[in-house]
Design a protein. Structure first.
Length: 461
C-alpha cells in the first residue's frame, strides 16, 4: 500500500540530500559552482529580509531571489491571501468563464499607469517580454525589435533575441530579427528607425546587468522618435517595477514618458506563485484580439490562475498600506549616501550608482603599485574575479548574501527586499567597509580566495 504523502516527513528524510539531488538530476553545474565559491549553505528558514541556518545564525538577504522577494519572505498578508484562495475552493482555470480576480488585479495594476488600458497575465518575466514582442510586431506589422547593448530581457527564444549578453545567445541562433543600440544613443536609434522595419525598442530604464540607468531625457526623446516612425516603446520593468527604484515604475523618474507596453513580474508574485503581466495601450490589444476568431491568439495555460492573482492583489495592498515604495526610496538613499562616502577612502572603489534599492557598486583599477599588481593578476585570469572576491567574505564572514551583477563585470548589485530598514542598510555598509579594509590592507582571506579563483579559471581554460 502506498504511503500517504507527507511533505514534512519527506523533507526530514531526504532534505540533507539537496546538493546531491541537484547534481544528479538537475543542473549539475549549480552545486559545483556553489561549492567552489563557498555558497553551499543550508538555510533552514526565512522571514522578511533574513535567513537562518541550522545553527540559528542570521543572514541578511541583499539579493531578494533576484528581486522576486520584494516584500521579503513569507509576508503574513500574502500568506493569508493564499490560504484564503485555497480554502475558497474556486472553480479556477475553467477557461470558459470570466473569474473576478484577474479583472480586479488588472484594475489595480493599471491604476499605477493610467495611460495604459489592458493587461495580459502570464507566468514569468520572460513571458511578459515575449507577449510584448508579439504584440508590438503584430500591432505595427513590422518584424524588427531594437534593444540596448548589455540588456537582459529573459532567456526564452523571443526574449533571448533582445538579450545583449553574447554568452546567453551563443549556440541558440537563429533568433528573431533584432538590432542592438547603445543605451542613451539617440543617433543610433534614429538610424535604425530610418530603415522602416522597426516594430519597437525594448528597454530597461535601469539595466540589471551592471546597473546602468538610461541618461536623463533619453526615454522621452526615444519615445518621441519611435512614435514619429510609428514604432513602439516597451518598458521592461520586470526587475525595476513595483517600487524597486523608489517609484512604482522606474520610467516614472522621467516626466512625460508613457510606454506603449510595460512588462512586470518578479515582486508581483509575493515570492510564492509565479506571475507576469504585460500592460498595454487600448489600440494594441484591440488590434491583437481583433475578432472572436482571434480570442485565443495569445494565451497561457496557467495565466490568470487564482493563486497568482490573489498573491498579486495582496502584494499591491501591502505596498500601499505599508508605504513600501517610500521605504525603498528612503533606505536606498541612505545606502547610496553611505556607500558613496567611501569613494575617497578606497582606490579600488570606482563607482556607486543606482536608484532606490537597486544599487551597483563598481570596482576599478587601483592607483598604487602594490594593489595594481594584484588587480592585474586577477584581470588576466578572468574579469569579474575581484567583485566575486568581495561577495564571498560578505557571506562567509558577515553572513550577507549578494551577487555579482553579470559575468565578467566588476560590479556588485544590491537588490534587497524593499522592506529592509536602516539597521539592515547599516549592517551591509559596515560589513562592506570591513571587507574593503581587508582588501586594501592586503588581508589574507580576500586575496587568498582570489588566488584560488585564478587557479580554477586557468584550469577551466
Amino acid at each position: 500500500m502506498t504511503k500517504e504523502f507527507d511533505l514534512g516527513s519527506l523533507l526530514a528524510e531526504r532534505g540533507a540530500e539537496r546538493y546531491e539531488l541537484h547534481a544528479k538530476h538537475l543542473n549539475h553545474q549549480l552545486p559545483r559552482m556553489l561549492r567552489t565559491i563557498g555558497f553551499d549553505k543550508v538555510y533552514e528558514r526565512a522571514e522578511g529580509a533574513h535567513f537562518w541556518d541550522a545553527d540559528g545564525n542570521d543572514y541578511l538577504d541583499m539579493l531578494a531571489g533576484f528581486a522576486v522577494m520584494g516584500l521579503g519572505r513569507h509576508h503574513p498578508v500574502v500568506r493569508k491571501a493564499l490560504h484564503d484562495v485555497l480554502d475558497a475552493s474556486l472553480a479556477d482555470l475553467t477557461r470558459f468563464d470570466c473569474p473576478p480576480l484577474p479583472g480586479l488585479l488588472a484594475e489595480r495594476l493599471l491604476s499605477y499607469s493610467p495611460h495604459l488600458s489592458r493587461v495580459f497575465f502570464g507566468n514569468s518575466g520572460t513571458e511578459a517580454v515575449e507577449t510584448a514582442l508579439k504584440f508590438a510586431r503584430y500591432a505595427t506589422g513590422r518584424p524588427r525589435i531594437l534593444y540596448c547593448v548589455h540588456a537582459f530581457h529573459g532567456l526564452t527564444t523571443g526574449s533571448l533575441s533582445v538579450n545583449g549578453e553574447r554568452g546567453f545567445r551563443d549556440g541558440f541562433t537563429p533568433l528573431l530579427p533584432d538590432t542592438a543600440v547603445p543605451l542613451g544613443d539617440l543617433d543610433a536609434l534614429a538610424r535604425e528607425l530610418g530603415k522602416g522595419d522597426v516594430a519597437a525598442l525594448i528597454v530597461e530604464p535601469i539595466q540589471g546587468k551592471g546597473v546602468h540607468e538610461a541618461p536623463p531625457g533619453y526615454l522621452r526623446a526615444a519615445q518621441e522618435l519611435l512614435h514619429r516612425h510609428k514604432a513602439l516603446l516597451i518598458a521592461d520593468e520586470v526587475q525595476t517595477g513595483l517600487g524597486r527604484t523608489g517609484k512604482f515604475y522606474a520610467y516614472q523618474h522621467e516626466d512625460g514618458v508613457e510606454p506603449d507596453l510595460v512588462c512586470v513580474a518578479k515582486a508581483l508574485s509575493g515570492g510564492y506563485v509565479p506571475v507576469g503581466a504585460t500592460l498595454g495601450k487600448e489600440w494594441i490589444f484591440q488590434k491583437v484580439y481583433s475578432s472572436m476568431d482571434r480570442v485565443l491568439v495569445h494565451s497561457a495555460s496557467f495565466g490568470s490562475n487564482a493563486q497568482a492573482m490573489a498573491a498579486g492583489l495582496a502584494v499591491l495592498s501591502v505596498m500601499e498600506n505599508e508605504e513600501i515604495v517610500a521605504n525603498a526610496a528612503a533606505v536606498g538613499e541612505r545606502l547610496m549616501s553611505r556607500l558613496s562616502g567611501l569613494m575617497d577612502r578606497y582606490e579600488l572603489l570606482a563607482d556607486v550608482r543606482g536608484r532606490g534599492l537597486m544599487i551597483g557598486i563598481e570596482f576599478g583599477r587601483p592607483r598604487s603599485l602594490r594593489l595594481r599588481s594584484r588587480w592585474t593578476m586577477l584581470q588576466a585570469a578572468r574579469k569579474g574575479l575581484f567583485a566575486q572576491m568581495v561577495v564571498v567574505p560578505l557571506l562567509q564572514r558577515h553572513r550577507i548574501l549578494t551577487q555579482v551583477s553579470g559575468d565578467h563585470l566588476e560590479v556588485i548589485k544590491l537588490i534587497p527586499p524593499l522592506i529592509i530598514d536602516t539597521a539592515d542598510a547599516d549592517r551591509f555598509v559596515d560589513a562592506f567597509t570591513e571587507v574593503m579594509d581587508d582588501a586594501h590592507n592586503g588581508g589574507g582571506l580576500i586575496w587568498d580566495f582570489g588566488k584560488t579563483l585564478v587557479k580554477q579559471a586557468v584550469a577551466q581554460h
